[in-house]
Design a protein around this ligand. Sequence first.
Ligand SMILES: [Zn+2]
Length: 87
Amino acid sequence: MFIGLSKKLDSLSKEKFCGDVRDWHRSIVNHMYFVAATSNSPDETVAKWKSVANHVQNVHEHSSWQFPRCTHPEYTDDNQKNWLKPS
Ligand SMILES: [Zn+2]
């Protein structure tokens, strides 16, 4: 499953206007491992997985009670990422 995700991210990053996905490839794959290792129910798994769509847009609070906010330290001016914008 994780190899499939990596290939899909590779393909997506080659599509027009999607090159910035390349910067997120490793983080998204790591997130998949985090979700698998830390989830205790199917609903929690889904909630944590879906949170990545917010996270890559610099949104770290989520609408799900199972995973209401990211668990990483806050980002500061010194450790910003190449946040994606919805289009
Ligand atoms: Zn986050």
